[in-house]
Design a protein around this ligand. Sequence first.
Ligand code: GRF
Length: 208
Amino acid sequence: MLRIAVLVSGGGTNLQAIMDAMDSGKITGAEIAVVISNNKNARALTRAAEHGIKAVCISPKEYESRAEFNEAFLAKLNSCKVDLIVLAGFLVVLPEQMIQSYPNRIINIHPSLIPSFCGTGYYGLKVHEAALARGVKLTGATVHFVDEGTDTGPIILQKAVEVREGDTPEILQRRVMEEAEWVILPRAIDLIANQKVSVADGHVTIRA
Ligand code: GRF
């Protein structure tokens, strides 16, 4: 069983999609060992608790410095002995030490087709505002491994979503979640849990 930590900051709809996929057998060979949030009010925490999954909050507000918070966060994570870390709407910049401790064992979902609309400053609705401002006809979502850069790690899965006439950032965000994020994040976890994913030279290969 692949032990997973899901890191969240907000609504937790991606977490919900993962839990649902585990319940329905779309993800096999994996379990969520812990859900960790930096935000005690995150709906994601109650979603986890409602599902009988251990949910903890480690807030930067409870620490004197960022360094102390980072240390506590990493210590918590390490104590959970997980094989994979899933960033599902986690709005904290990961400490470098964490990235180095879990090479190719941290994945993130980003709500665009990387390398479009990604990198510093592109999060949440801003991504969809930028896509609409540019007038793209297709956008989508990307699951990628996390490296030291922002949205620069090896790409695991992508799924395109149509942009429609009259879309607002909110409408587009919802469509990208429903049609892409909630599909490819669980799929990526299932592929990893079943040893179908390998990385070489910054490129991902998926075995059928
Ligand atoms: C999603 O749009 C995800 O792509 C981004 O943050 C959002 C999280 O939403 N990284 P939720 O908390 O899973 O509902």
